[in-house]
Write a protein that binds this ligand. Structure first.
Ligand SMILES: *Cc1c(COP(=O)(O)O)cnc(C)c1O
Length: 465
């Protein structure tokens, strides 16, 4: 049988064709050559697997295809997304958008050198967490602070610093898994601690904790069950009771509150979000939380509390592996600064302003957008509808927040094709599919992007298919 690959052009032949010649002049030569080889391998592979005779493309066609593929592969994988999913803290979309003040600080600090670890008053070397420590002290009542890359890191650092080779007591009702990769028993193991589970899934009494304390105990850990709710016949001791017990046995009480609520969110309809200051006031020795959840700042994990414990965390060699960079510190400081004035925080921090924006405002924007796009040829119907947003970021699925969406039925395109077009646009647009409609939730779309969204729709859906 004739070798079917014999008719494929060679790499050097292809590189002579105008589209690839141009690429080879503009990009690293070896990268282009390797890409041509990779593409040819794929063509050969497809040909060898094909059951029928495959047409061999002409060298010109092949070169054009390779050049298009090369450009496509170079498209940025990290792009701006207009989040119409209604999930405020969407981990897949990078959680909290930053406040303008934080963005400005990042820009200033990024361009040059900065006093990351130097106290300019004394000229001496210091801790980088000092930059945000004073603000955290004022906002939460803590004595000291350590900042790591995320709450998973802060938890691991804290456990490793305070209870390495010891037992850590946790209620069975709080052995959480968040987002698939964060599982408390595994974090505990990585930190070199032994998990001592007490109680049952729905009920853990103070006496269960007390019975588990022995000379091997290193700490008591309380974890806010952010992403699930145990309802019905339940019981679990509060922070204060656990603090009293822990201190009676000279143990630290570590409280992982999860979202990092610096305000009481109950008035905005979010119940069960523990407030950082309340936990400290109840006597918790170390309180742990994320920077990019309800706090509304950059990805970070904060461990704050009593000086003696935070100092041990800061001295842990793992701290070096998990410390944050100057950009995170800059953004965190600017975000915390906004909390000094409550109204400013609610207005300027995107997560807070999205949470507190009025339903009337969302309804107005949804109506306006629906009437703007309903005449487009590729759209069958578009109407403003009431729905529910979600907090997300490993938070309680039950925490539904009322909202207004535009519900769209495409004409001719399937819902999958429709959402794919929006996803592949730049800026990308993401929504959610519910009840056979494509929904765009206006709570998670900043009002300043409404015109941009309008342009995207005009651009994509003028034609019927
Ligand atoms: C989200 C969450 C974590 C993990 O925080 P990351 O910042 O994502 O690492 C840990 N504990 C609780 C209670 C959480 O809600």
């Amino acid at each position: 049988m004739e070798n079917p690959f014999r008719n494929l052009p060679s790499v050097s032949q292809l590189l002579e064709s105008p589209p690839l010649k141009r690429l080879a002049e503009n990009f690293n030569h070896q990268v282009v050559v390797d890409s041509v080889r990779e593409f040819l391998d794929k063509v050969r592979d497809r040909m060898s697997k094909a059951t029928e005779q495959v047409e061999v493309p002409s060298p010109g066609e092949l070169a054009t295809k390779i050049a298009a593929w090369f450009e496509d592969e170079r498209r940025d994988l990290l792009v701006t997304v207009i989040n119409g999913t209604g999930v405020l803290l969407h981990t897949g979309l990078g959680r909290a958008p930053l406040a303008q003040a934080a963005i400005d600080r990042i820009r200033d600090i990024a361009a040059g050198y900065a006093s990351v670890e130097i106290d300019l008053r004394t000229g001496e070397r210091g801790q980088r967490a000092t930059i945000v420590e004073r603000l955290l002290r004022e906002l939460t009542g803590c004595e000291a602070a350590a900042v790591a890359n995320n709450n998973a890191a802060a938890t691991m650092l804290t456990l490793s610093s305070l209870a390495a080779d010891k037992e850590v007591i946790v209620s069975r009702g709080q052995l959480i898994e968040i987002g698939g990769s964060y599982r408390l028993p595994e974090v505990m193991e990585c930190a070199g601690c032994r998990l001592r589970e007490v109680g049952t899934t729905n009920k853990t009494r103070l006496s269960d904790y007390e019975k588990a304390i022995n000379d091997q105990t290193g700490a008591i850990l309380r974890v806010h069950p952010s992403n699930y709710q145990i309802v019905g016949f339940t019981e679990t001791p509060g922070v204060k009771e656990l603090v009293e017990l822990a201190h009676r046995y000279n143990l630290p009480l570590i409280d992982d509150v999860g979202s990092g609520a610096l305000l009481d969110f109950a008035e905005f309809g979010l119940h069960d979000e523990p407030v950082v200051a309340d936990s400290l006031a109840a006597g918790a020795d170390v309180v742990l939380f994320s920077g990019d959840k309800l706090l509304g700042g950059p990805q970070a994990g904060l461990a704050i509390g009593k000086r003696q414990y935070i100092n041990r965390i800061l001295k842990n060699p793992l701290m070096r592996a998990m410390r944050v960079d100057k950009l995170t510190l800059a953004a965190l400081q600017a975000t915390l600064n906004l909390y000094l004035k409550r109204d400013e925080a609610l207005r300027e921090i995107p997560v807070l302003s999205m949470l507190t924006t009025s339903l009337a405002n969302l309804q107005f924007r949804a109506n306006k957008f629906a009437s703007q796009i309903q005449h487009l040829p590729a759209i069958a119907t578009a109407a403003a509808v009431e729905d529910r947003s979600m907090l997300g970021g490993g938070s309680m699925p039950a925490q539904h927040i009322p909202t207004w969406c535009v519900a769209i039925e495409p004409k001719e395109l399937s819902l999958d094709q429709f959402s794919r077009r929006l996803r592949e646009h730049r800026p990308a647009v993401m929504g959610r599919i519910a009840r056979e409609r494509f929904l765009l939730d206006f709570r998670t779309i900043p009002a300043r992007l409404d015109p941009v969204l309008g342009d995207v729709f005009e651009h994509l859906f003028v034609a019927k298919s």
